[in-house]
Design a protein around this ligand. Structure first.
Ligand SMILES: [Zn+2]
Length: 229
């Protein structure tokens, strides 16, 4: 018997950051990937991306779950049809309406529960603080505090939530992804559309800007009106 690789769980939405995060987890661990649908506008497209990215990264241990609470609660442009996804105002202040109230806590809780059952020692999440929309659940202090909750709330208290991308600029994440052969072509980041990325929501703008800054073309399809040189 060869040496058994240690296990890690990675939260994989299907977006560019979580894809790079999954590539890192798969490089260093026997990775298991979890995807959570929560009634977001692009959930079908994201699920498709999740499965395709897992396949490309040879992640066979997969968990697809549904969180009904976030949609029922609403209060976000991503989960409430009555709140439009705004065109990006990257210079804007405050927390945008695309923030899903306390969403990452739900996600991390699922991943930690699964990690405990699998005997995994790490939970990877692709949270990013710079070049982000300013969501409070992407701050390093939040993860530090959450790890204390995990330590006190699990049987052995040894699972760590790790955020390898948290301090990186988006362009650096693109470069790291290219180094790792992360399958950007299979990812989806748009908040509002499932066939062509809109190119104008916060998520599309941040993504396009990151690829432009890294000097490479984003391989996913964008709505024609959104294509800029
Ligand atoms: Zn978009």
């Amino acid at each position: 018997m060869g040496t058994q690789r240690k296990k890690a769980v990675v939260l994989l939405s299907g977006g560019m950051d979580s894809c790079v995060c999954a590539a890192l987890a798969a490089r260093d661990y026997d990775a298991a990937a979890v995807h959570i649908s929560y009634g977001q506008r692009t959930e079908e497209r994201e699920r498709e991306s999740f499965l395709a990215v897992c396949q490309r990264l040879n992640i066979h241990d997969r968990l697809l779950v549904r969180n009904e609470a976030l949609r029922a609660i609403g209060g976000s442009a991503l989960t409430d049809a009555g709140i439009a996804v705004p065109e990006s105002q990257l210079a804007g202040q405050g927390i945008p309406v695309t923030y899903v109230p306390f969403r990452n806590a739900h996600f991390i809780a699922v991943a930690v529960s699964w990690a405990e059952v699998l005997g995994a020692e790490k939970v990877y999440i692709g949270a990013v603080e710079p070049d982000s929309s300013g969501y409070p659940d992407c701050r390093p202090a939040y993860y530090k505090a959450f790890n204390e909750v995990v330590r006190l709330g699990t049987k052995e208290g040894r699972i760590k939530v790790v955020t390898p991308l948290i301090a990186m600029r988006k362009a650096e994440i693109v470069r790291l992804g290219l180094e790792l052969n992360a399958p950007f072509d299979l990812t989806w980041s748009c908040y509002s559309c499932e066939d062509y990325a809109c190119g104008v929501c916060d998520s599309c703008r941040l993504r396009l800007r990151a690829f432009a800054a890294a000097g490479v073309k984003d391989p996913i399809p964008y709505a024609e009106a959104a294509v800029r040189s």
